[in-house]
Design a protein around this ligand. Structure first.
Ligand code: GLU
Length: 284
């Protein structure tokens, strides 16, 4: 078994991160497997080395050690370009010049029923007819043509072991077309995307069990389809419940008051924090 923790160094780790890291770490240790760290820093504007250093410090404080040097996504652009080239050469990608506003306008009254996908409103397909031959444009948004990518596929499946939807999870072709749509796989500003990079790197790190928050459950069918298209193995997924604040609201990175560092500063021990989280997440 090989698991990983994959934070973005764009702010302090909070309680939700601690839970994710502990879950992935403990699952690997219990099985005598390996636990790895990946720094997801494709957003060069928001990622800062200082956050990366503080993430590592917090993980040490939590009692978490990783078995291989951390993989840094900013050093992996060649691998992402290679994967995008494969998809481009198969004419599965097209350049898109739509702004958020263009998309909102193309979808009449998006707030009233246009389906929301994992990345926002399902793309209406405005740019789908654009040429996809010649060299792959490096400075454009590239979308996956979902219909062409699916080909004759009736659907996909993955195995989920998390508490929310344990068992086999199937995603039908119609769901891909109507509820996910033509997702962006290369952003003009990043040269890649979260979906593309996470799939390429989970395979590169040999991850057998992806442990992460339930907020990424809906994005998983995109990853499973990309694994098929790129001929990569599909790991087992374990989406854990999200840590919520006392009002039941999901914790976001901007809630600095709940950062691991603030607990450290207030004199908490990692063991006490762990007990608190165990209770919060196993409470009926
Ligand atoms: N980098 C993502 C985050 O910080 C996690 C991605 C993943 O675990 O697949 O939310």
């Amino acid at each position: 078994m090989r698991t990983r923790f994959a934070p973005s160094p764009t702010g302090p780790l909070h309680l939700g991160h601690a839970w994710s890291a502990w879950s992935a770490h403990d699952m690997a240790r219990a099985a005598g497997g390996a636990f790895l760290l990946r720094i997801e820093d494709i957003d060069r504007q928001r990622s800062k080395p200082v956050w990366e250093a503080r993430i590592e410090e917090d993980l040490h404080w939590l009692g978490i050690a990783w078995d291989e040097p951390p993989l840094r996504q900013s050093e992996r652009m060649e691998a992402y370009h290679a994967a995008l080239d494969v998809l481009w050469d198969r004419e599965l990608l097209y350049p898109c010049t739509c702004t958020r506003r263009d998309i909102a306008e193309a979808l009449s009254a998006p707030q009233e029923g246009a389906p929301m996908g994992p990345d926002g409103p399902v793309y209406p397909g405005t740019c789908r007819g654009r040429p996809r031959d010649g060299a792959r444009p490096r400075d454009a948004h590239l979308r996956l043509d979902m219909g062409v990518a699916l080909g004759g596929l009736a659907g996909t499946a993955f195995e989920e072991t998390g508490p929310l939807r344990p068992g086999g999870v199937r995603t039908e072709r119609e769901t891909y077309l109507d509820r996910i749509g033509d997702v962006v796989l290369a952003r003009r500003d990043f040269g890649t995307s979260y979906h593309l990079s996470v799939v390429v790197d989970d395979a590169a790190q040999g991850i057998t069990h992806v442990v992460r928050g339930a907020d990424l459950f809906e994005a998983t069918p995109i990853h499973v389809l990309l694994q098929r298209l790129l001929d990569l193995p599909t790991p087992v997924y374990h989406h854990h419940d999200l840590v919520r604040d006392d009002a039941g609201k999901r914790l976001a990175k901007r809630d600095d008051a709940r950062s691991i560092e603030s607990y450290r500063a207030a004199g908490w021990t990692a063991a006490a924090l762990r007990t608190r989280l165990d209770r919060a997440l196993t409470a009926p």
